[in-house]
Structure formats: C-alpha cells, structure tokens
Design a protein around this ligand. Structure first.
Ligand code: MLC
Ligand code: AMP
Length: 481
C-alpha cells in the first residue's frame, strides 16, 4: 500500500478518474502509473530526480503524475499557457531530467526536448518515499523577481489531505468535481491527490464553464472545489437557470478557497443553492491551514479554524503573539507538518519565509473570532495581487512591461473587481515620442508571463505619482483607477 495513495490498485466499485474521454478505475490507474514509473526507471531516473510535465487536464497527465508519485520522482507541473519569459526560468531553476506531455506535438516548439508519456514500460515496484521526500515543486510568485519553486513533500500532502478529509467528512463515497488548473495546490494537491487519497471519484473537467459544473452535479457530483471567481460565475448562471441551481444545491458540500469570498457573494450563493459554502484558507508554501468543518459553523467572512495539528498564531509587527480577540489584527504565521521544506535553490528566500522557530510567515493579515475562526482582512504586501484565485507579483508584471521597447516606467496594482476579486491594472509612462497601444502591452505581458498575469487595463500617463524618496505611491494609483 502506498503511503500517499493507499487506494491505488483496490477494486473500489467506482471510477477513480473520469474525464470527457476516459474513465479509469483504481486498478487501471495503478497499472498505467506503474508502467510509466517503470519506463522512467528504465530511462535511468531515480527517486529524488525531478520531471517536468505540461499540466494539461487529461487522464494521461494525471496517470503520469501518479506514476511519478509512486516512483518517488518529484513532479514540476508546467502551466500550458506559461509565458516565453517564465518558461526558461522554470526549466533552468528546476533542472528537470525530463520534460513530458500527453500531447508532445503541442509543446515541441516551446520545449524541443519534450517527450510523450508512455505507458508501455515494465511495471515498476513502487518506491517507499519518506515523509520528507519531495513530491512536487510548485512555482509561486513573490512581490518582486521571478517565481520561486516551493518544494512540497509527501508528508506535507498526506497530513494536509487527512486533516481536510476529517474536516469535510470526505470519503470514498464522494464524487469530487473540479475544473481547476493542475499546476497549483488547489487543483493538483486537493483536487487530484486528495480525491485519490480518500479513494473517492474525481470528475475532472478540462475547462471551467458553469454549465459543465452543473451538469456534473446533475449526474453524480457530491463535492465541489472552486475559487470565488468560479462561484461568482456559477451564481450568475444559476440565477438564469433554476434547474442548474437545483442541481448544484444537491451537492453534499461546496468548498471555496484560494481567494476571499465576499460576504455579499456568500449570502447570494446561500440563497441560490440553499446551503452555505464552506471556506478554507491556505497557500502554496503551507498548503491548506484553516477550514470550516462540514458539521461546524460556516461563518461568512471567515475561513474556519486552524486544522488540527497545526500551530497557527497571529503576531504583531514586533513578532509578539496576539491574544484571540476579534479586534486584534496581526500576521498569520504557522508551524507544523504542512509547512513546505523550502524554495528550490533559494536558501535566502527560505530563511526569510521560515523563522528560527520553524514558523512560516504567510504575509496575510487576520484576526481570530471569539470562537477561533480566522478572518482574513488583507495582506502585508500591497505588491501581491490575487486575481481569479491566482497570485501575481506586481513586480513581475512591471518587469515584463519594462522589457517592452516603448515603456519607460511602469507601475502595477490590483483593483477590486466583482468577478476576479482583484483586477490587474497597469500605469505606463512611454518613452518620448512613443505611443504604445494598451492592447499591445496587455498582449506583451500575456505572452511573456501567462495570460492570467496580463493587466486587464493599461493607463498611459505622463508621470507616475512619486513621494519625496522617488517611490511610486500606489495608493494614489488606486484612487486614480
Ligand atoms: C484573453 N486571453 C488572452 C488574452 N486575453 N490570451 C492571450 N493574450 C491575451 N491578451 C484568453 C485567456 O488566455 C483565456 O483563453 C481566455 O482569454 C479567457 O481568459 P480569462 O477571462 O482570463 O479567464 P477564464 O478562462 O475565464 O478563467 C477564469 C477561471 C480561471 C476562474 C476559470 O482564472 C481559473 O481557473 N482560476 C483558478 C486559479 C487557481 O486554481 N488558483 C489556485 C492557486 S493555489 P482560453 O483559450 O483559455 O479561453 C492557492 C492556494 C489555495 O491559491 O489556498 O488554494
Ligand atoms: P498562492 O500562493 O497562490 O497559494 O496563494 C496564497 C494566498 O491566497 C494566501 O496567502 C491568501 O492571501 C490567499 N487565500 C487563499 N485562500 C484564501 C481564502 N479562503 N480567503 C482569502 N484569501 C485566501
């Protein structure tokens, strides 16, 4: 029995994975995964090596990732829409032994070394990973600089998933529906590894549309994982389609996370679906650290209590622990088995993020309610933007804009948005005589980084508001936007 995926190979009586083109039971999934692992071993890969994979949402990609889990090889998932500037950085930093894709032809131009996933290897004997062995390297943005690779271990994932299964009564009887990308914690660890770990059924939708999600619930879904932008679009859809509202309302549990769900939206969902969405909070480096329970209070505006086994605290600017008092705001810090082992090749950044006591500093500002639920109110750094559930550093967008030949200065902010939570807006000062078209600059960022990092609006200005020190006053930009 594999320590992370104990149900693999067991006859469950229901499929492990359903996509529009494939249905795999646990035994079939294990066979495919072991054949892939065998092929990797025959190619000389050893536990601890890294393999990058273009994270397209299909059964072959999931089976390959599972095979890599069994082989003890760490997976580096690549966003299929990753930009031209970011891809070389990730490949150089992660230095994967192989780059794989379910459809290699689609990625050959960007990665000439890419290979197809093949399930014709001699079945491998699964490796027995230790809890501290890496399972995934997930690239995540900071305020400035290129994304860093967060190294997540087998132990991190197993502990977190068990805590969430406990909080949500998540069992083999559940059918999880998700349409999240497979290159972040939410879709890959919670969605894919979580469903397989509890032995449930995973219905993986290759692309999010409200219709496809409601249809999956009309057929057999019991559990939904989605970001607030998806819930917003589901609400818009359900208001016009009562039958779909009823289908989703029959869900056992609707879970929201990765970004703030406004109270007003939460109430709207409650009216539409007849049940309160369950919120949970986390981040790439510490996985999910708080969650409302299926049988506990679901207080709008809060993200539930800390998961059992984690030491979560609020600290003031001097690092002093704050008492549990709804009036006291502090930074969330957390210590425990879900905290990652560090950033790949970045001991400096790791030392900055994890203090001497082993606490990871999240950068999120929150208070604790009298009943111990976390209420997130903001972020320490204004230069981190959450848009449609994706984290984007203002600095990386500014750097991409500055590489455009017509851009002399650039400043990027997040502006509140009903659909996206925050919308990326760029202010650009062109070189004298230049007149860049806003759409050209938007396309430039979408191509250099990834479409989700593109500004939704670009304002051409003569100068940026700066203080006496020459620093751009982003608050003023917010008022201008
Ligand atoms: C538009 N597009 C462009 C473009 N303008 N492409 C290139 N250049 C341009 N200038 C394209 C987009 O690529 C996309 O293409 C289409 O237009 C629509 O884009 P969109 O409106 O931006 O997004 P959409 O496809 O509608 O997706 C919305 C969404 C998505 C909510 C489904 O944002 C999403 O999946 N978010 C989830 C993020 C997530 O999983 N976060 C978890 C992080 S983990 P095309 O071809 O695709 O149509 C974490 C920890 C935790 O946070 O706690 O969970
Ligand atoms: P990422 O690095 O992409 O994993 O994003 C992590 C960040 O998303 C956290 O630091 C929070 O700022 C934010 N986040 C995640 N879940 C929630 C939530 N339920 N409510 C508010 N913010 C959230």
């Amino acid at each position: 029995m594999h320590p992370l995926l104990p149900h693999l190979g067991q006859a469950a009586g229901h499929p492990a994975l359903v996509t529009p083109t494939a249905t795999l039971g646990f035994p079939e999934l294990e066979r495919a995964a072991l054949a892939h692992a065998g092929r990797l071993a025959a190619d000389g890969l050893r536990p601890g090596d890294r393999v990058a994979i273009w994270a397209t949402p299909d059964a072959a990609t999931v089976a390959a990732i599972v095979g890599q889990v069994l082989a003890g090889v760490a997976t580096v998932p690549l966003n299929p829409a990753i930009g031209a500037k970011e891809l070389p950085h990730v490949l150089a930093d992660a230095a994967p032994r192989l780059v794989l894709a379910a459809d290699p032809a689609a990625f050959r131009e960007r990665t000439p070394q890419v290979r197809g996933i093949s399930f014709d290897g001699p079945p491998a004997a699964p490796a027995a990973p230790a809890p501290e062995d890496p399972v995934l390297v997930l690239y995540t943005s900071g305020t400035t600089g290129p994304p860093k690779g967060a190294v997540i271990t087998h132990g991190n994932a197993a502990f977190d998933l068990d805590a969430l299964a406990g909080a949500w009564g998540w069992t083999a009887a559940d059918v999880l529906v998700h349409a999240l990308p497979l290159f972040h914690v939410h879709g890959l660890i919670l969605g894919v590894l979580g469903s397989l770990r509890v032995g449930g059924s995973l219905e993986l939708l290759p692309r999010f549309t409200p219709e496809a999600v409601c249809d999956a619930f009309a057929r057999r879904g019991t559990l939904l994982f989605a970001v607030p932008t998806m819930y917003h679009r589901l609400a818009e859809h359900a208001e016009a389609s009562p039958a779909d509202a009823r289908a989703l309302g029959r869900a056992r549990l609707l879970v929201s996370g990765s970004a703030a769900l406004p109270v007003r939206e939460n109430d709207r969902l409650f009216k539409l679906f007849g049940q309160r969405v369950v919120e949970r909070y986390g981040l790439t480096e510490a996985l999910i650290i708080t969650a409302a329970r299926h049988d506990g209070p679901r207080t709008p505006g809060t993200v539930g209590p800390p998961l059992p086994g984690l030491d979560l605290r609020l600290v003031d600017e001097q690092g002093r622990r704050l008492a549990r008092d709804p009036e006291l705001l502090g930074e969330v810090i957390v210590r425990g088995p879900t905290v990652f082992s560090g950033y790949l090749n970045r001991p400096d950044a790791t030392a900055q993020a994890i203090d001497a006591g082993g606490f990871f500093h999240t950068g999120d500002i929150a208070s604790l309610t009298a009943t111990g639920e976390l209420r997130i109110v903001g972020r320490k750094a204004t230069d981190l933007i959450k848009t449609a559930g994706y984290k984007v550093g203002a600095g990386e967008v500014e750097a991409a804009l500055l590489e455009h030949p017509e851009v002399r200065e650039a400043a990027v902010i997040g502006v509140p948005d009903e659909d996206l939570g925050e919308r990326i807006v760029a202010f650009v000062v062109p070189y004298p005589g230049a007149a860049p078209a806003p759409q050209a600059l938007i396309d430039h960022v979408a191509g250099a980084l990834a479409p989700y990092k593109r500004p939704r609006a670009v304002r051409i200005v003569e100068a940026l508001p700066r203080n006496a020190m020459g620093k751009v006053m982003k608050k003023q930009l917010g008022e201008m936007a």
